[in-house]
Design a protein around this ligand. Structure first.
Ligand code: NCD
Length: 314
């Protein structure tokens, strides 16, 4: 099997063939999820703990559903953002949970690198459900599966990632994944929302939607992540929408069959027109949610196989 990792911490650690292995397995889980009987046994007998130190709707729900569909005992820890002021708190919590013998730990944390740190302290598989502005690997994988199913391939596509790139772990993980699969990536947004050193990523950068969207196959929109902004990054939401919000006029510059994506949660009328977001002929936003469950099932299945192999050898 071409997936030998103990944890899923970031796309940066995955080889292209490992990404393909995971997406192929996720395709099978899409079929299972569409069937009347949705139960698999890949995680039977295992304990999955979800630790979300940051708010989440779809990521937490889909990790929970994914674990339950595959037969794990799933526990959601209620983590209050106020309890995470010190690094020690995170490690202490992890050690406490570790003593309960979990097999899979799903962690979201507001600090970049926190999930990697935690993975070094526990002896179970750790899945990064988003750490600060660093990585969100299952989001990039579900986006990749959505693109592969809609476009029939995951290479040599022109893909635009638009908006608040600087604060986005979704953008970072997607840039790494889509780059590994040999796509042409364009980042579109105001210079204030571009991360420093962006030219090292092998991407093209635009501050004009009409120019940047020219001839693209995929348009990925991002939320303005105000919780990570500590100053005036944009003049006003109205002005932002006018220049960078995706509407039918701007989308007309992309290929006629270009798909529209958004990881959610969406700010309608800020980064995307609400009618366009709901247009099932262009928008694959609901497909992304569906693929999210399947990708998380595949990721946990693969990690559980490796866990069993390691334990069997011990
Ligand atoms: C994203 C996240 O939390 O990074 N949401 C998600 O997981 N679907 C993007 C966002 O919050 O804007």
């Amino acid at each position: 099997m071409t997936f030998t990792h103990r944890h899923l911490l970031g796309i940066e650690h995955l080889r292209p063939e490992e990404i393909v292995t995971l997406l192929d397995l996720a395709d099978d889980y899409v079929t299972l999820n569409r069937a009347a009987e949705k139960h698999g046994a890949a995680l039977a007998g295992l304990t999955q703990i979800n630790m979300f130190f940051e708010n989440s709707t779809r990521t937490q729900a889909s990790f929970e559903l994914a674990g339950k569909r595959l037969g794990a005992d799933v526990m959601n820890m209620a983590m209050q953002a106020s309890s995470i002021t010190k690094g020690e708190t995170l490690i202490d919590t992890a050690m406490t949970l570790n003593a309960m013998h979990p097999d899979l730990l799903v962690v979201r944390h507001p600090h970049s690198g926190a999930v990697d740190l935690l993975a070094q302290k526990v002896n179970c598989a750790v899945l990064n459900a988003g750490d600060g502005r660093h990585e969100h690997p299952t989001q990039a994988l579900l986006d990749a599966l959505t693109i592969r199913r809609a476009k029939g391939r995951l290479h040599r596509l022109n893909i635009a990632i638009c908006g608040d790139i600087a604060h986005s772990r979704v953008a970072r993980s997607n840039i790494i994944l889509l780059g590994k699969m040999e796509n042409r990536i364009r980042l579109i947004g105001p210079p204030t929302l571009m991360p420093a050193g962006i030219n090292e990523f092998g991407v093209e950068v635009y501050d004009n939607m009409q120019k940047g969207l020219d001839d693209v196959d995929v348009v990925m929109m991002l939320r303005l992540q105000r919780e990570r902004m500590d100053g005036g990054f944009i003049p006003s939401e109205r002005e932002y929408y006018h220049r960078f919000g995706l509407d039918a006029d701007k989308l007309a510059h992309a290929k006629p069959d270009a798909i529209v994506m958004h990881p959610g949660p969406m700010n309608r009328g800020v980064e995307i027109d609400g009618t366009l977001a709901d247009d099932i002929n262009r928008s694959v936003i609901q497909d992304q949610v569906e693929m999210g469950v399947a990708v998380r099932m595949a990721a946990m299945d693969l990690l559980a196989r490796n866990l069993r192999t390691v334990r069997g050898a011990a």
